[in-house]
Design a protein around this ligand. Sequence first.
Ligand code: ADP
Length: 396
Amino acid sequence: MTTSPDEPQRPLSPDATGRVLDDVRAVNEQLLLAGMREQQLAEQLGRQLAFTTAITTSLGDGICVFDVAGRCTFVNPAAERLLDWTGDDLRGRLIGVIFPVQETPTTSGGSVPAPLLQVLHVGTPYRNEEALLVRRDGGTLPTAYSAAPMIADGQIVGAVVTFRDMSEVRRLQRVREEYLALISHDLRAPLTTIYGRAQLLVRRLTEQGMVRDAASAQLLVDSSRRMNMMLEDLVQRSRTDAAVEAQHRVVVDLVALVQQMLDQTIAPDERARVTFEAVPALLVRIDVMQIERVVVNLLTNALKFSRREQPIVVRVYEQGSEALIAVVDQGIGIAPEDLRHLFKKHYRAHAAEPITGNGLGLYSSWLSVAAHGGRLWAESVAGTGSTFIVALPLPV
Ligand code: ADP
């Protein structure tokens, strides 16, 4: 039934009035209950929020939360302090900007799709024990971080990254490393003399036709060379974990530096194998000790993984905005399935098994080059030789 505005309202019967009043009372009660529930929920939520805030605020580790698009939505005070950015600076930034990924190189010198995006897209957790985060002042902070997906109703809704300041750990690693380097250096000096004299002895004895004595003297040469490698090993082992240390960069001529490394590293009887091709000079800003070690690693490998009669070429040149060092050998080469893993810690190709080594040289070299903002990659055909290329950014 419809009523028009002109139609007079008929009074309700007492029964109908009672029913309406009962309905109104019931609705009021429900509204009251709903209000109380809402208040309870709000209080519960408030308590949970206070609890979570207390935890995230008091933690020494940094926490950053990202939405599914990879944009930062939350940072705790420790994250602000460690990164030296305010929450306002950080919120809205992309995950890959705050947590640049410096590992997982590919053989072509690039890097695989960021594992942090995998966290958001596939839900695979990711850990990086050797990350360098960039602080507001442009300095870097050595950290270890882990990223885990946040899942609600079976859907990935974002990611949470927790990270820890590793500066003190790295400092202690550096102390250990310096100590080992010192011991190794002191032991190497007399060893070099023994090695040189033993080589001379072998030559003299061979010239005089004393073949058996020459063979015994050759044992001296081999043993001292092995001992030298063991000492190098000792230093390498201590170094790898500390490769992302604070850097001491200076401007140097890369050509002169590499030339000097070749002179110091190559044994006199192997000198003729190595050709050096370079531009007249090329200035770079580097941590000299780290890059020296990279060159020595690549050169030692080239010598080690090729035969004595196979030549090696070392080139230093400029390309685009980078200074490049290429070490080219014609040795055993690297199979495609090995190329993919070559820069991982302790990785050694099957073909390299008979030759001594620990699989740390390339790993530490990669870390050192990456810490310079550079690239290191290998190109190779199994059985025909390998080329390792270091690309370092030129000073702007
Ligand atoms: P190591 O030489 O002590 O084994 P590296 O980290 O320097 O450790 O090298 C890792 C692996 O990479 C080697 O074991 C070898 O399989 C491969 N490799 C490195 N350089 C060369 C090269 N010039 N030719 C062939 N294989 C190489």
